[in-house]
Design a protein around this ligand. Structure first.
Ligand SMILES: [Fe+2]
Length: 396
């Protein structure tokens, strides 16, 4: 049971209920989505006038320089991943039990430590190339990918079904039913947003016929642009007046929405600016606002929505994921989007990305978030009641 949302400082570990190793093989449970600690939501006056440092970047710096953000796996690195994956498969450990100790990477580990730091505190993204998904097939690829991920963060559940290996694929669900349907299960456009985890990874297994391309932007650069052009919008985004839909993925006793801000400050001195945003989740609540249960979006909020998206589009870096590419990015200071897409006609495979949501707790270098679970290993994600983690090899 989570402590009251008004408790002052996050502590850890919390009692997250009984966690049996049989059901939670790594002994860890995702904490899920919660309201912020409202006494740590600070007024706009406390926010920086401008953000500086390595998290602020412009698309122009990177657009014609993919070598600055792309890493092609070397033969030695692939061999190391392959050996670790084969050993893990031979051990018959469930995929939900993968951790650094049973997926050893003697030389890659140091490289991944530096990458993790760059994701959390630096430019916040990377594109890997050359992951041999076709040679390895989906099962071994999933093992190697999740194993790699354990060096960047703790995998968390991504939905009410406990998926810790997500599958971004068009399952034919109706993207206009935004109060029920998660857009990653459709072929619709995704506006600029952050996922509900510290880091998100996408491994491309199959591409669409057209579209499904990726855009990302430094939310710290967007912040600076808005501070100069539209401080009124920025102020609206810092106010805890935004209701986010849970889309029914709630534990017993929880509300169907969370009231919070879009832009936060980290706790403590000189806290960095943290963004948690997805317009689909604030637009889908008309079933409550029409009934007078929560306020409808104000004019100022509608304007903030429009200006934020438009500013992200204007400053974004475009990226295409080919088969065997892996994109990792920070959700703390990067916003990402994708274009709508159209799949090949059957029997060709549909666009398929394997997704990882990874958590980086405070005690291991993660951001000091204004949430009670900030120092839990598996902070964030989506956890409904005692749902156990599962890692299906394909969408379900
Ligand atoms: Fe996303």
């Amino acid at each position: 049971m989570a402590p009251a949302a008004t408790a002052s400082l996050p502590t850890a570990p919390h009692n997250l209920g009984p966690i049996s190793r049989e059901l939670f093989p790594d002994g860890l449970k995702t904490t899920g989505q919660h309201a912020p600690l409202y006494d740590h939501i600070l007024p706009f006056e406390k926010f920086p006038k401008q953000i500086t440092g390595p998290t602020v970047w412009k698309a122009e710096e990177y657009r014609d320089h993919p070598e600055k953000w792309t890493h092609t796996f070397t033969e030695e690195q692939i061999a190391e991943l392959s050996t670790a994956a084969d050993k893990f498969l031979a051990s018959k450990t469930p995929l939900t039990g993968i951790e650094k100790s049973n997926f050893e990477l003697p030389t890659l580990a140091a490289y991944l430590r530096d990458l993790r730091a760059d994701l959390i505190d630096g430019k916040g993204f990377i594109l890997f190339k050359g992951f041999p998904v076709q040679k390895w097939g989906n099962h071994k690829s999933a093992v190697a990918y999740m194993g790699l991920g354990t060096y960047l963060g703790y995998f968390v559940s991504q939905n009410s079904r406990g998926h810790v290996l997500g599958h971004v694929k068009d399952l034919g669900e109706d993207s206009t039913q935004i109060d029920k349907v998660r857009i990653y299960r459709t072929n619709a456009r995704q506006y600029f947003h952050a996922d509900d985890s510290d880091i998100v990874g996408l491994l491309c297994i199959a591409k669409a016929l057209e579209g499904g391309e990726s855009d990302l932007v430094s939310s710290h650069h967007v912040y600076n642009v808005l501070a100069a052009e539209r401080p009124d919008v920025l102020k609206t985004l810092t106010e805890p007046i935004w209701y986010f839909d849970r889309k029914g993925e709630t534990s017993k006793g929880q509300e169907e929405y969370i009231r919070t801000s879009v832009i936060y400050l980290e706790r403590g001195e000189n806290g960095r600016v943290y963004t948690k945003w997805d317009p689909y989740y604030v637009r889908s609540l008309t079933r409550f606002s029409d009934a007078g249960i929560i306020p409808a979006l104000s004019e100022a909020q509608e304007e903030a929505l429009r200006v934020l998206e438009e500013t992200c589009v204007r400053h974004s870096l475009h990226m295409v994921l080919d088969i065997g590419d892996i994109q990792f990015l920070s959700n703390a200071h990067i916003l990402h989007a994708r274009t709508a897409y159209r799949d090949h006609a059957p029997p060709a495979p549909r666009r398929h990305l394997m997704r990882l949501w990874l958590a980086t707790p405070e005690s291991e270098g993660g951001w000091k978030l204004p949430f009670w679970d900030s120092n839990e290993k598996k902070r964030g994600g989506i956890q409904v009641d005692d749902q156990v983690p599962v890692a299906p090899i394909d969408a379900e």
